[in-house]
Design a binder for this molecule. Structure first.
Ligand code: MIG
Length: 771
């Protein structure tokens, strides 16, 4: 098999919305999506329909380009793509002429058979972050990865590939950065200088086009904003899904589900969600209930609701081959299943036994799947957990003969889980008539944030896996996935009590906070670890609930800008070498201002790297200067958590679930600092889509230390805050003893923080607090 390279340009033509450059053996189509987003699609199949599972935007109709003797220049306000004519090669520059990313001059884009690879210039100091759920270091320089969605049961901390595919990375070099998204669902490969002795980096796929988007904004936050503009953002999740979630494979009977829920209430450990894993079904048949162990699902769910619990049930894609089973009969009748090339239905064995697999790539199949959720929503289920959708079957090696209509499985495998999540979300949303469903999926592709949250699959109960999980969550946040979590405690194996406690502390700072365990493990609920540990676990869960106003506002940010909740320090401190060091690479910011340093369960002290700025330890208000490593106590009761100076963090009193009204007091915590800071406080009903019609309560809160002023701007939206009183809690304002709130003087109470309360309700004007 010969390797093919791009030759000299034969023709250039501007067609509507794109520049078409012809050469052998392919042609290149250039599109401008925005001043900071340029797409290059190098295709041998120019007449094919231009389709993407990920991208939801259209390119601009018109753009500037000029042709010179040796090159073509395509320019936007921010970028310049220089296209050399002989041979055809691409280089991306900033408008000022700084090189961001380029083809490796000798090779550029090449083919061997159907496999297409782009060889790239590698800058000496270049770092790479991204690719979503991938093992290894934060900085992926020197690593090599494959994308092929896999049921990676029992995976170690070096296993690749895992369950999801996000062919999007950010390169950082020479004080510059760029994003690159190869939109291609075939099996794909990324090598960041690993196997070329640092001569180049490369990426490519087993088939399809060399189709990539270049992002040229010069901050990670803006690149993420552009990437999530292109591929979509999450809608607001149901508030209850941000509470504590208790899962297990499986709670085996309705009574057991109810007992566990009741125990949370008896022990006053806050929680919102119970799960039913696969054993609730009748013979693992999707959309059924076991008549013996879950005989009256509605009754069970009504009881859960009365305790303010929501139920999430698992659904796998495999449809059991069994005459008389509704989904099987309907699917057969309508030819809804994946097939072999001769038209026979593909058969794989999974939990129910021999199964067919819905073709989620078809609109009619997705709609059919969506309506079937009535079997779950009728009794009252509001959350839908999509498992095994890589897709997985026993043996784990589904033959490439499987196809979806005319599409061979290998072309679209990496998008199968995403399409299942799409069918689930769209269907459930329709049936729930205005209530927000919660969807959780294991397999995913770029754009899945539009439909679902994700968890990182079957992790294990040891420290290194806990740290890996944090990196996976942080890295998923770099690919538009803001609503993410890991199995707290580790799915396989048995955590020590210390590991359980540590992992739960970290879980409180994870976008999705779910405790889950494998079928053969001892129970994992908070009260299984001895009274002392139970108390710590309870306190951390309570803290999670206190933080919900801050967390919910963070989800609002994610839904508006794509900035995730769990942020690797590389987002804000991109050019600080320390954040990439293996010792500190797991640290992250949770929201704007909370720095969390994961610590393994066998250590009670930790080295923490504090980036530029000033920091306060959350538990003590002790102050630290940034740009240094601090060695701090890290007992099991106190994970090292630091607050950025000038932080604005809205909190609430402890509640037992998100359904509880609470005491109506919003605690507005502000830590002193020298930099001005702002926070967008956001609230809505937490359960419907009315916020999309203006029914929200949004208020900019700003802190101007130079003017000694805290300003609450006029609230926007038509929703009334559930808080009627505001308690201002000041940290590090040692010499401040009184405030003026809109001209009224108020004395401060001095407890752990200096506090001042005032009535907040109905104040629709600006509030200015001076000290
Ligand atoms: O073959 O539903 O990752 O969370 O508990 C295992 C049983 C199937 C794998 C999921 C896990 C879930 C389990 N599932």
């Amino acid at each position: 098999m010969q390797t093919e390279f791009l030759g000299d340009i034969q023709s250039i033509e501007k067609q509507n919305g794109k520049l078409v450059i012809k050469t052998a053996p392919a042609e290149a189509h250039i599109y401008i999506y925005s001043p900071t987003i340029i797409r290059v699609n190098i295709t041998k199949n120019a007449s094919a329909v231009d389709h993407s599972f990920a991208v939801i935007q259209q390119p601009a109709d018109n753009f500037e380009y000029r042709e010179l003797s040796d090159r073509i220049e395509v320019s936007t306000a921010a970028l310049k793509l220089i296209i050399s004519k002989s041979p055809l090669r691409f280089s991306l520059y900033t408008a000022e002429g700084k090189l961001l990313s380029a083809d490796e001059k000798r090779f550029g884009t090449t083919w061997r058979g159907s496999q297409v690879i782009s060889y790239r210039k590698l800058f000496p100091d270049e770092r790479f972050i991204g690719l979503g759920e991938k093992v290894g270091n934060l900085d992926r320089r020197g690593s090599s990865y494959t994308n092929w969605n896999t049921d990676a049961a029992e995976h170690g901390i070096d296993t690749d590939p895992l369950y999801k595919t996000f062919p999007f990375y950010i390169g950082i070099h020479s004080g510059l950065m760029y994003g690159l998204f190869m939109d291609n669902t075939h099996k794909s490969y990324f090598d960041f200088g690993a196997t070329t002795d640092n001569e180049m980096s490369w990426f490519g796929a087993d088939g399809g086009d060399m189709n990539y988007y270049l992002f040229g904004a010069q901050s990670i936050a803006e690149i993420l904003e552009d990437y999530t503009w292109l591929t979509g953002r999450m809608e607001m999740p149901p508030l209850w899904s941000l509470g504590y979630q208790q899962c297990r494979w499986s709670y085996m009977r309705a009574d057991e589900v109810l007992d566990i829920a009741q125990t949370f209430r008896d022990k006053k450990i806050p929680a919102d969600v119970m799960y039913c894993d696969i054993d609730y079904m009748d013979g693992y048949k999707i959309f059924t209930w076991d008549p013996k162990t879950f005989p009256k699902p509605k009754r069970m769910i009504d009881k859960l609701k009365a305790m303010d619990f929501h139920l999430v049930t698992i659904v796998d894609p495999g449809i059991k081959i069994e005459k008389g089973y509704k989904q099987y009969d309907e699917g057969i009748k309508k030819n809804y299943f994946a097939t072999y090339p001769n038209g026979d239905n593909f058969i794989g064995e999974v939990w129910p036994g021999r199964c067919h697999f819905p073709d989620f790539f078809r609109q009619d199949v997705r709609e059919w799947w969506g309506t079937a959720f009535k079997a779950l929503t009728n009794p009252g289920v509001e959350g839908f957990w999509n498992d095994m959708n890589e897709p997985a079957a026993w043996g784990q090696n589904i033959p490439s003969l499987m196809q979806f209509g005319d599409i061979p499985m290998p072309e679209v495998r990496n998008a199968y889980g995403m399409q299942m999540a799409r069918a689930t979300y769209d269907g459930a949303k329709k049936i729930l008539k205005g209530k927000r469903p919660f969807v959780l999926t294991r397999a995913a592709y770029c754009g899945t944030q539009r439909y679902s949250s994700v968890w990182t699959g079957d992790n294990s109960a040891y420290d290194a896996h806990m740290l890996l999980g944090q990196r996976l969550v942080n890295s998923l946040g770099l690919t538009g996935m803001a609503f993410t979590g890991v199995d707290i405690g580790g799915f396989s194996g048995d955590p020590t009590p210390e590991l359980m406690v540590r992992w739960n502390s970290l879980g409180a700072y994870t976008p999705m906070f779910r405790n889950h365990a494998r079928i053969d493990t001892p129970h994992r609920e908070p009260w299984r670890w001895g009274a002392k540990n139970e108390a710590i676990i309870k306190k951390d869960i309570e803290h999670r609930y206190q933080l919900l106003p801050y967390i919910y506002s963070g989800f609002y940010t994610a839904s508006q800008t794509g900035l995730p909740l769990s942020r690797t320090l590389a987002i804000d401190y991109t050019f600080d070498d320390n954040v990439y060091k293996t010792k500190y690479q797991n640290q992250f910011l949770f929201g704007d201002s909370i720095l969390v340093a994961p610590v393994i369960s066998t250590e009670t002290k930790a080295d923490v790297y504090l980036p530029k700025g000033e920091w306060y330890r959350l538990s003590s208000d002790k102050q630290f200067d940034g740009e240094q490593v601090v060695n701090v106590p890290a007992p099991l009761t106190d994970l090292p958590v630091f607050i950025k100076a000038s932080a604005i963090i809205p909190m609430q009193s402890i509640i037992q679930s998100t359904a509880e009204a609470g005491d109506g007091i919003l605690q507005l915590h502000i830590w002193n600092g020298t930099q001005a800071n702002g926070f967008i406080y956001y609230e809505d009903d937490g359960s419907t889509y009315d916020y999309q019609n203006g029914q929200y309560y949004k208020r900019a809160i700003r802190f101007y230390p130079a003017q000694k002023l805290i300003n609450l701007d006029i609230p926007e939206g038509t929703f009334n805050s559930k808080f009627t009183q505001l308690n201002l809690m000041l940290h590090g304002f040692d010499n401040v003893n009184s405030l003026t709130i809109n001209n009224t003087e108020v004395k401060l109470n001095t407890r752990s923080a200096k506090t001042s309360s005032f009535v907040f309700n109905n104040i629709k004007d600006e509030i200015n607090i001076r000290y």
